[in-house]
Write a protein that binds this ligand. Structure first.
Ligand SMILES: [Ca+2]
Ligand SMILES: [Ca+2]
Length: 333
């Protein structure tokens, strides 16, 4: 008798479970089927390049659906204007844009919109891209000869690159009267208690950073240095050389220098940067800081290497002045 009762209870449980299952799977068990309201949007967003990338003269925008309504086609917009011919109904949605006319460091703003077959459309998050270089520091014209105007930056997995522009040309950049003496100070651990905090015999603070690496270009040689905390001195970076590359010409106002990321102490993701130029032809020397106070912050991990690969002819040997050539001790000491 007990056995029959157990079988009966078991069958009852199975029946109840089955009914529950059917109830759960029915959207509308109490009335006729209604088409659900169309609350889904044809959501789409950029898949590449990543937001805030540095890109070359042309870039291919790629967009993908975001799991909303099915997408009939997408269109791409730049500064709210539809890009002619950008309609694409085949995944992956893409469109190639020519940015050749954009200035170096200029930004381009893009939006992609998805459209469904019911007349709905939805815009994805905007995309901002930089042309060739990303602005890092913009410094006012301080009416000094060859003071720093702008510093641009970009990076890849292997290098971080700087592009420095001055107000007014130099002739021979190494000339102590008509050249430059620029230092790029990099706080690789964003910690003022490590690295150098003041220059010119500790009389001029390096704004608010503790610089662990410095690159010097100009009168006092083209060289890369690392601060030795144990001893409080700068030591040249030896090994396979100083810079990854250096591009500087006579009678111009811009130079570029590449540094291997492996040279940055600790291989940081984020660095602080302060630039300085010293006019050696005046007594006392005239300093130009960029920025004038504080520092610029750069996240190396943000960059995506979409600009042309930098020329890497092999690391450059640090070019330091020969004995007797230096007329003054470097003001960066
Ligand atoms: Ca530091
Ligand atoms: Ca300045």
């Amino acid at each position: 008798m007990k056995k029959r009762l157990a079988v009966f209870l078991f069958l009852g449980t199975v029946f109840t479970l089955a009914v529950n299952q059917l109830s759960c799977s029915s959207d509308n068990p109490s009335g006729p089927q209604q088409p659900p309201p169309d609350t889904l949007q044809p959501e789409v967003m950029f898949a590449s390049p990543a937001n805030q990338s540095v890109i070359s003269d042309t870039v291919t925008l790629v967009a993908q659906p975001q799991g909303g309504d099915s997408i009939a086609y997408v269109q791409f917009y730049r500064n709210d204007s539809l890009l002619a011919g950008s309609r694409d109904s085949t995944q992956p949605f893409s469109f190639t844009v020519d940015l050749t006319n954009l200035p170096i460091g200029g930004t381009a703003d893009f939006v992609v919109k998805g459209f469904d077959n019911k007349g709905d459309s939805a815009a994805g998050p905007p995309l901002v891209l930089y042309h060739l270089w990303r602005p890092l520091i913009s410094d006012p014209d301080e009416a000094q000869a060859r003071d720093i105007s702008k510093v641009f930056i970009r990076s890849s997995d292997s290098t971080v690159e700087f592009r420095v522009v001055t107000n007014g040309n130099w002739t021979n950049y190494k000339s102590s009267t008509a050249g430059i003496d620029v230092a790029l100070f990099i706080d690789t651990d964003r910690d003022r208690s490590t690295g150098d905090t003041a220059v010119s015999n500790n009389t001029i603070p390096l704004n608010d950073i503790g610089a662990d690496i410095r690159a010097i270009i100009g009168t006092h040689g083209d060289s890369l240095w690392q601060f030795i905390d144990n001893g409080q001195v700068w030591g040249p970076v030896h090994g396979s050389g100083g810079f990854a590359y250096r591009k500087i010409a006579a009678d111009t106002n811009v130079f570029e220098v590449g540094i291997y990321r492996s040279r940055l102490v600790g291989n940081p993701d984020t660095v602080y940067v302060v630039a300085a130029n010293v006019l050696l032809s005046t007594n006392p020397f005239v300093w130009d800081w960029a920025p004038d106070a504080g520092h610029a912050t750069y996240i190396l991990g943000d960059m995506h290497g979409l600009f042309p690969a930098p020329p890497l002819p092999g690391a450059e040997k640090p070019q330091r002045l020969a004995t007797g050539q230096a007329v003054t001790k470097s003001p960066f000491e």
